[in-house]
Design a protein around this ligand. Structure first.
Ligand code: GLY
Ligand code: MN
Ligand code: MN
Length: 438
């Protein structure tokens, strides 16, 4: 993402905030995997969206109309000693020259400088509740200023949640963002194809995961967007199964839910295919129900439809299918009304997708489902999960877990499936696997 893109976002936010306002946003802390060993640092998406600044221990301040510059970045000073261990920091020089800050100060000087920036401001835009230590500091700065109000210091009267403005911006993807999301989607689709091609009975789930990660990294996506789910047989019925430790058996299905992150944007794909390359009759029947539900839901992704339309379409097709095969009994309307499908389809049909895999953005506006508009990206991911022992369900359906998930962009005329590069029709998947195994 270019510096112009980050600058455009800050400008947009400042225009919405108006004069007399300030926005304060802190970088996420570093997390430790175990003593002394850090997780690879991933900036908070809100912070990175506005700054493009990849280091921890940084605070962004936006003050529209400030004569000495509207964008102030507090960050760590350059330090030759730490550079030997972990590489150079941007420092105040880099913050200005490389990252486009108008002004930059050492993070250690923030308690001295930030209260001054709050003087004369009416409204503070802030994301309260994400970092409690930092919340306290912000409140202390404001309270200290208030103590000086008798001396004529004008102090902020209002705290406003920044989330609304910022998350609405993040919900609508720019052409630059869509480019990154298309790349993430293409890389992820290729990785799923590779998983289908290499999978065979006797492999371990983690070995298939290794193939996915190998594909991601070879294609330039250093990290997955979330922990990959690679679950064979019964494990496919555990929605967030990430142990990925069991041996894959012929006759079982394998559910993979995995997506790459590229330039801070996520893909999120699920496919479910037979470990031995051929769906059994029972698997085929349930798989086709989920696929039909997914296609019906995707049809609903277009401007003017509301957020819940795809879910309602999926629920209808799944309920009809479950009645047809005898897993549910009764009238479709009544079963939908009583949510009987929830025993086997217990999650929602999708979520917004962007820098966060479960991306930000309101799903309802004024208590009504939000209308879909061009530039929004969402997943469409119905499933069916029938663990062994499911009461009143014929054993032939047991241990079948299926999810089919694509990433779909709302366009001006309809939609575009970003993840169309990996097959999902039964015959296409079987052909791909057969061709790979000779
Ligand atoms: N991979 C998480 C999800 O599908 O929502
Ligand atoms: Mn998803
Ligand atoms: Mn997923």
């Amino acid at each position: 993402m270019s510096n112009q893109e980050f600058a455009r976002r800050r400008k947009h936010l400042m225009q919405s905030m108006g004069e007399g306002a300030i926005a304060i946003l802190t970088a996420a802390p570093t997390l430790y995997r175990n003593r002394d060993s850090e997780y690879h640092y991933r900036p908070d998406s809100d912070f990175y969206y506005l700054t493009g600044f990849p280091e921890p221990e940084a605070v962004m301040v936006l003050k529209p109309g400030r004569a000495h510059g509207e964008y102030i970045l507090f960050c760590r000073e350059r330090d030759p000693k730490s550079a030997i261990w972990v590489g150079p920091r941007a420092g105040q020089e880099g913050a200005v020259q490389e990252y486009g800050a108008d002004d930059s100060f050492p993070i250690d000087d923030m308690d001295d400088i930030l209260p001054g920036l709050l003087e004369g401001v009416d409204r503070v835009f802030y994301t309260m509740g994400n970092h409690s230590d930092f919340d306290k500091r912000v409140i202390d700065w404001v309270n200290n200023l208030r103590k000086q109000s008798r001396a004529g210091v004008h102090t902020p009267g209002e705290f406003i949640a920044m989330d609304h403005l910022l998350h609405d911006m993040r919900l609508f993807k720019s052409s630059h963002e869509l480019k990154a999301m298309r790349t993430a989607a293409t890389i992820s689709a290729k990785a799923h194809c590779r998983a289908m091609q290499v999978c065979k009975p006797g492999m371990y789930e983690y070995q298939v995961e290794a193939e996915l990660l190998h594909s991601f990294m070879q294609a330039g996506a250093r990290f997955p967007a979330y922990s990959s789910i690679v679950g064979g047989g019964a494990n496919a019925c555990v929605l967030h199964y990430v142990d990925n430790k069991d041996k894959l058996k012929s006759g079982d299905l394998l559910l993979i839910d995995a997506g790459a992150e590229y330039d801070y944007y996520a893909a999120d794909i699920s496919r479910t295919f037979p470990v031995n390359g051929r769906y059994s009759p029972a698997q085929r029947e349930l798989y086709q129900i989920v696929l039909d539900a997914q296609l019906a839901a995707i049809e609903q992704v277009q401007p003017g439809k509301h957020w819940n339309d795809p879910h309602e379409a999926a629920v209808r097709v799944i309920t009809e299918g479950l009645v047809r095969v005898g897993i549910l009994k009764g009238k479709v309307e009544t079963l939908i009304e009583k949510e009987k499908y929830k025993t086997f389809y217990m999650h929602r049909t999708g979520h917004w997708l962007g820098m966060d895999v479960h991306d930000v953005g309101d799903y309802k506006v004024d208590d009504e489902w939000r209308l879909l508009e061009a530039g929004m990206v969402m997943t469409v991911e119905p499933g069916l999960y029938i663990p062994a022992g499911s009461k009143g369900v014929d054993e032939k359906w047991w241990d079948i877990g299926i999810r089919i998930e694509d990433d779909v962009l709302v366009t001006r005329n309809g939609h575009e499936i970003l993840t169309a590069g990996v097959p999902k029709a039964i015959d296409e998947i079987e052909s791909l696997m057969a061709a790979a195994h000779g």
